[in-house]
Write a protein that binds this ligand. Sequence first.
Ligand SMILES: Nc1ncnc2c1ncn2[C@@H]1O[C@H](COP(=O)(O)OP(=O)(O)OP(=O)(O)O)[C@@H](O)[C@H]1O
Length: 326
Amino acid sequence: MTSTTSHSLAIAAKGLRKAYGDKTVLDGIDLAVPAGTVFSLLGPNGAGKTTAVKILSTLITADAGDLHVGGHDIAVNPQAVRAAIGVTGQFSAVDGLITGEENMLLMADLHHLSRSEGRRTAAELLERFDLVEAASRPISTYSGGMKRRLDIAMTLVGDPRIIFLDEPTTGLDPRSRHNMWGIIRELVSDGVTVFLTTQYLEEADELADRIGVLNNGKIAAEGTADELKRLIPGGHVRLRFTDPSAYQSAAVALREVTRDDEALALQIPSGGSQRELRSILDWLDSAGIEADELTVHTPDLDDVFFALTGSTNVPSQPNEPKETVR
Ligand SMILES: Nc1ncnc2c1ncn2[C@@H]1O[C@H](COP(=O)(O)OP(=O)(O)OP(=O)(O)O)[C@@H](O)[C@H]1O
């Protein structure tokens, strides 16, 4: 595999370190986010996700690390980094006492847009984020989803090419969450790089090109959702029977399986590849076993997350799927 040069990386971190007192939050982490992609940083509460976002968006300084955002060295040229990025999320800039439109115009002023340009940009973004009707109401009357949409709209006033979204859908209902995913996909299709932190594995699975799992100050694993899923065992083929005697004889014939006597189901560990499935089917045929239902289960990101962030048994490298079929 060819490595991506630092020129095409929107975000590049080497040895990022941060401690609060004697508590090390980020213990020398490396990140490489190619431009125009979505990178998701996952981790349990308190893992340091927000700290990483704050450092990379210049809100706080790192203790150590070679950090580049938008091609600029954070330590040398934080102003240039600030000009290239937008940040939304847990530390939202939305002011609740004034209206949505006033918040947008305030952002336009901060970006030194002319009056007419500011009005035009605000109107376009309010329209794009379906906030035209609510624009003249104070933010305090907005729903959570509307506030998040306004937050992103405000971030886009400066037309940033890199956006940090810190838990953008926490607390949103499923419909608002799906709307937000649509907005994020639209940003990416415009070429924007998105650095997303989330507590929702499903969200990372849906949106991210690559996912980093942060645990104990380190990146415990990094890769595409599929690569991460392959890191842990847990995939299996499930055979279900309706006839108890067929179930019993299958359970006896297939010794290396997990039994579920109540459901009359047998589980055979499997990575789910075509080759493995074929050999399982051959094995069942030769043993004369005919199940009423056969389903293939692959581990999901939840399994990965718990395996990687649990206190015990953190795999340091990919585990081969268990080979029980011979
Ligand atoms: N200003 C600070 N002073 C001291 N400790 C801090 C400070 N900010 C964060 N921490 C600690 O650093 C650790 C990481 O916090 P951070 O907010 O980055 O985690 P997180 O992964 O974003 O968590 P969450 O998912 O709960 O938002 C936590 O233990 C937190 O208590």
